[in-house]
Design a protein around this ligand. Structure first.
Ligand code: GLA
Length: 400
């Protein structure tokens, strides 16, 4: 290794040691518990395109990011689990046999433990401190980061031997069971399979993936957090899922298909419009269009054609806003602002919707100007200070 590379490696190692959140998690653990913990990092995710189609047999293009959750965790030789959430400044001590549904953050961690118990596995007591730098309700999947980090550490601590894919599926079931959000597999999969500087092209039907290098050249990915999270988010999420199931049943009978993926063209849905509720028709139309967009987007990404990818992102937002109806005035406002800047080549709401972030692809030298303008006008309009994040694409959950 050249001396320069050696020095850089040393510098990165030093910087990683200085990671303030990891350090805080370790320090709080040391204050509260006596044993030496293992430390894990569990990332949130972005998604370039393919929204609300993971539970509709579509393709999605997520990446794990450097915003996520750190876990410090150690076995404690008792039958009790002790959690400390730094972000919620709250604790929970519970006997393993008493694990049950609870409110708020507790539901996410207990649901993961519950999934191991359902499998008949022997989980013993442990002490656990966790905290991160990922905003809740921002559409970056803080919940999958919490679930994935805990599932991964339990799997290691108890030598259960589950694969990453099995852990992703376990975390998805955890989200279904206690929090009751009938989510798809995207977030938990990205959390487990993230790879530095690579996009995951995930086929949500076969649950198999490929990686593509994320080559942004003169562009940058910028997230803008509206800082709103409308209460509707989880209930409407489940409604969307039901509406799609209802529409698919009609198409199965009418078209003889088994999956939205088999519909070649959104206009092929027209003959079934009268058989469906108007909203159900719109949801199906969005799904078929978005599946096609994501397939095109994967080709554009491989050709390094970010301009065309960006156009598809704007079209996705339009569909999410008008047909799927999961946007809100704050998100629409930010996407409109992006359109006013020719340096922003693509923008859309990201994640489940009803608040959270927009994802924007912006020319590097225009990022400062665009984000300043967008945040100032958003502030004037909604009297809320939005947050801007630049994210790095990192590996999935791992020991730190
Ligand atoms: C949430 C869910 C995912 C996915 C997105 C929308 O993040 O957890 O499964 O459906 O919304 O694409």
């Amino acid at each position: 290794m050249s001396p320069l590379r050696e020095n850089l490696k040393g510098l990165f190692y030093y910087l990683s040691l200085m990671n303030p959140i990891a350090t805080k998690v370790k320090n709080v653990f040391a204050d509260e518990f006596s044993l030496t913990p293992h430390l894990y990092y569990s990332p949130g995710r972005i998604n370039l395109i393919g929204e609300h189609i993971d539970y509709n047999d579509g393709f999605v293009m997520p990446c794990a990011i450097d915003k996520g959750v750190y876990y410090a965790i150690a076995l404690n030789n008792t039958d009790e689990i002790n959690f400390h959430s730094i972000d919620f400044n709250d604790t929970l001590s519970i006997r393993i046999k008493d694990v049950k549904k609870m409110n708020g953050w507790k539901n996410y961690v207990l649901s993961v433990v519950n999934e191991f118990l359902i499998k008949g596995l022997e989980v013993k007591g442990f002490d656990c401190v966790f905290g991160g730098n990922i905003a809740n309700g921002a559409g970056m999947s803080s919940s999958a980061a919490v679930e994935g980090g805990l599932a991964f550490s339990i799997n290691q601590l108890f030598n259960f031997g589950f694969s990453r894919k099995e852990l992703a599926l376990l975390c998805q079931r955890a989200e279904h069971n206690f929090p009751g959000v009938m989510c798809g597999i995207m977030d938990q999969y990205a959390n487990m399979f993230g790879k530095k500087d690579q996009v995951i092209l995930l086929d949500c039907k076969s649950i198999e993936h490929e990686y593509f290098p994320l080559k942004l050249d003169n562009y940058e990915i910028v997230l803008i957090n509206t800082k709103v999270h409308h209460n509707l988010a989880s209930s409407e999420y489940n409604v969307r899922r039901k509406q799609c199931e209802e529409g698919l049943e009609i198409l199965k009978k009418g078209m003889g298909i088994n999956s939205f993926r088999e519909v070649k063209n959104a206009d092929d849905l027209l003959p079934y419009k009268n058989d469906m509720d108007d909203k159900v028709y719109d949801r199906c139309r969005y799904v078929v269009e978005e599946i096609a967009r994501t397939q095109q987007a994967a080709e554009f990404l491989q050709q390094n054609n970010l301009i065309e990818l960006g156009k598809l992102m704007y079209a996705t937002h339009e569909g999410l806003s008008k047909l799927y109806e999961v946007s809100c005035k704050e998100l629409d406002f930010l996407v409109e602002k992006s359109k006013e800047n020719k340096e922003v080549i693509g923008a859309r709401l990201m994640g489940g919707g009803f608040g959270g972030c927009t994802i924007n692809i912006v020319q590097k030298d225009a990022v400062e100007k665009f984000t300043t303008e967008a945040t100032e006008s958003y502030q004037r309009k909604f009297q809320i200070d939005p947050e801007v994040y630049k994210v790095a694409v990192v590996n999935g959950t791992n020991e730190h």
